[in-house]
Design a protein around this ligand. Structure first.
Ligand SMILES: *Cc1c(COP(=O)(O)O)cnc(C)c1O
Length: 307
């Protein structure tokens, strides 16, 4: 299996400098066109393990635009591991063509099951997953978002020794696995700031499952109302950012983080040191299906180049 065979590191680009601030961005989004950013990191050790076992079936969970589902489907195909995706929302069963993510997952050979929001919330405890567990003896469950100890281990490979020159490191937070890996691999003199993409008051507890260090903070004022929620202001920010720096951002994670970073600086609320490394964790596969939604609502679409 070549996808996860080598260890990879991504380039840091100087983004901007002004008033004592020096901001660089680590282009983890360029690691791989599909298994991009932190999803590569999170799946690497999980799939290296799965591919050593015989006849494994990997089951995981995600929404109709989930970066994690797309990455898992692709990793499964590459590593010859069968995958099952439990998709949030029964209505998507007849709308696969409207989500390039689901379409892609199916094309990789992932078997999709569409469940109600209620059943989705139950995860492993739902009757469907219980049936699948009984049916497949070698079923392995990857949690939603892919966070587990092996995922955190993979995320410890995002930073390199050269990154010790930065004093503040910013990342996006969904389940907290990426932040945990960064905390574990950063120097204790560095400060990690995680920008939450959703409203989950228990995020800090999740992170504490994987680290006992305390040099980190979760900033939760830039969730824009919750997971996958957005405003016109956010869309406009992402497009202005793309025009200024030629770097695409996704509306679910990285757009919210960069909006937050610049907003905190502009409003004099940045309380950390000013040599900043921003982790671009990818997520760009979600732009296309999001644009279909924006188009339907008559809102401006997100700018990005697909090459
Ligand atoms: C999944 C994802 C995240 C969230 O990572 P966690 O480890 O779950 O916190 C952040 N950024 C992007 C682009 C993602 O796709």
């Amino acid at each position: 299996m070549t996808l996860f065979a080598s260890s990879k590191s991504s380039i840091n680009l100087p983004l901007d400098s002004f008033e004592g601030y020096q901001i660089s961005i680590k282009r983890e989004d360029l690691l791989h066109p599909i298994v991009s950013g932190n999803k590569f990191r999170k799946l690497k050790y999980n799939f290296l393990k799965f591919s050593k076992q015989k006849q494994i079936v990997v089951l995981t969970f995600g929404g109709a635009f989930s970066n994690h589902l797309a990455a898992t489907a692709f990793a499964g195909k590459e590593s010859k591991v069968q995958t099952i995706g439990i998709v949030r929302g029964e209505e998507w069963k007849t709308k696969i063509a409207q989500s390039s993510t689901l379409d892609f997952c199916q094309a990789q050979g992932m078997q999709l099951y569409f469940v109600s929001r209620e059943a989705y919330r139950q995860k492993e405890a739902s009757p469907l997953v219980q049936t699948l567990i009984k049916k497949e003896h070698n079923l392995k469950i990857l949690p939603e978002g892919g966070t587990n100890a092996l995922a955190v281990k993979g995320c410890m490979e995002i930073l390199t020794p050269e990154d010790q020159v930065f004093d503040t490191i910013c990342c996006c937070v969904g389940t907290g696995g990426t932040l945990a890996g960064l905390i574990e691999s950063a120097a204790t003199t560095q400060k990690l700031v995680g920008f939450s993409a959703l409203n989950n008051p228990n995020l800090a507890l999740e992170v504490k499952k994987y680290t006992s260090k305390t040099n980190w903070h979760i900033q939760d004022h830039y969730t824009f109302g919750g997971y996958a929620k957005y405003t016109l202001e956010l869309i406009q920010f992402i497009n202005a950012f793309y025009q200024q720096y030629q770097i695409p951002l996704d509306p679910i994670y990285t757009g919210k983080m960069l909006f937050g970073i610049f907003d905190l600086i502009k409003t004099n609320q940045w309380v950390w040191k000013k040599k900043i490394l921003v982790i671009h964790s990818g997520g760009l596969q979600g732009i296309h299906p999001m644009n279909l939604q924006l188009q339907k609502k008559g809102l401006p679409q997100l700018l990005y180049s697909s090459d």
